[in-house]
Ligand binder design. Structure first.
Ligand code: MRU
Length: 356
């Protein structure tokens, strides 16, 4: 998608380095950063220069290719794979991508190992882009249906950033929105700010602006009253891990939006590529929920009057804070899952019909 009119993907390999858009600096500074070693890739995932489940997967895949480039000794590659998987706990795409890379590389000792690793990482990213595009084509039907009934702007609420910046391109939750906009359907997006890291305000609103899609940032607790007032036609969110029973783990606060949507008969959709399905964990209690540094809550970052990035403390100095990064929305609150293969109910049978 576009930034200042120029088409980008979120990650690419050029001159022996990975190039990423540093998301910790958006929306105030647009910086393309180079990752030269597997350690750089691990750090980029940890500090969230790259984030969003599919992009974490793509970065891990290219990160492993960097490991091969540095040292193609099998013990080094294995250790790098383990460190990459441990860089963030909740998004299943990370392990999925590293496992896929390791399967591809297993038993290969030849001179071609680097080319094979780079090709597979590119394949993982190209596939994600195609899957996200298909999610858009499938999800467009829902927006079109609402528009045909309403004959007026379709108001869509989204949480966090499941946009193109969270994937390789198109996004998951935003892909149906981009497709609707391209088709001339009037859409307006309610963007949850998404405390504490403000991915909604900093990233979703930013990328929608760049594509000229009308959007309004709201505080995280505003969605409920908007739904009560009939000002939300549907919700679409992304996911970091969807269990085979249809339970959805996503950015903290998603669950509360789903409850409000349920109470107000607002359809609540989750958009995902199949790489985000966890077929192994059966009980949502077993999903590793990331707990991040409480400084993300107690401090906020922005630009000052001299256009310089500044971080300031907003809490009482003696207060403790707790920063859980994800929650789980039970399948019963999910109207449907929008995938690359079609839309299905959030259930084992629904997912099995599409994917097994
Ligand atoms: O902590 P983040 O910013 O990586 O969390 C991202 C989300 O929760 C997204 O909704 C999810 O990864 C889906 S991205 C298409």
């Amino acid at each position: 998608m576009r930034i200042e009119g120029k088409e980008y993907r979120t990650i690419w390999f050029e001159n022996n380095v990975i190039k990423i858009i540093d998301q910790t600096k958006l929306p105030h500074q647009f910086i393309i950063k180079e990752l030269k070693t597997v350690k750089d890739a691990i750090n980029a995932i940890k500090v969230m220069e790259v984030r969003g489940a599919p992009l974490i997967g793509g970065t891990a895949a290219y990160g492993l290719a960097l490991a091969v480039q540095e040292n193609n000794d099998s013990e080094f590659i294995k250790k790098s794979a383990k460190d990459l998987i441990q860089s963030r706990p909740t998004a299943i795409n990370l392990k999925w991508a590293v496992d896929r890379m390791m399967n591809k590389l297993s038993g290969i000792n030849s001179d071609q190992i680097l080319d094979i690793a780079l090709n597979e990482a590119k394949e993982i990213c190209d596939e994600d882009e195609k899957f996200c595009e298909n999610i858009g084509i499938n999800g467009l039907k829902i927006i079109e249906e609402i528009y045909n009934k309403k004959k007026d702007t379709v108001n869509i609420l989204t949480h966090c950033n499941a946009g193109w910046l969270a994937t390789i391109n198109w996004g998951t939750a935003t892909s149906p929105i981009y497709h609707a906009h391209k088709k001339g359907i009037p859409v307006h997006v309610w963007v949850d700010e998404t405390r504490p890291r403000n991915q909604g305000a900093n990233l979703t609103s930013y990328e929608l602006n760049e594509e000229e899609i009308p959007n309004t940032i709201i505080a995280d607790n505003t969605g409920g009253i908007l739904m009560q007032r009939g000002e939300v036609d549907m919700c679409i969110v992304g996911t970091d891990r969807t269990l085979s029973n249809g339970d959805v783990c996503n950015k903290i606060g998603t669950y509360l939006k789903a409850l409000a949507a349920h109470d107000n008969n607002v359809p609540f959709y989750v958009a995902l590529p199949s790489s985000t399905i966890d077929w192994d964990i059966k009980d949502a209690k077993d999903i590793p929920i990331e707990e991040r540094n409480s400084e993300e809550l107690s401090h906020v970052e922005g630009i000052d009057e001299n256009n310089e990035l500044k971080k300031v403390l907003i809490y009482p100095t003696k207060s403790k804070a707790m920063n859980l990064a994800f929650d789980v929305t039970p399948a019963k609150y999910v109207t449907g899952l929008i995938t690359e293969k079609g839309i299905t109910e959030a259930s084992f049978d629904g997912l099995k019909k599409l994917f097994k």
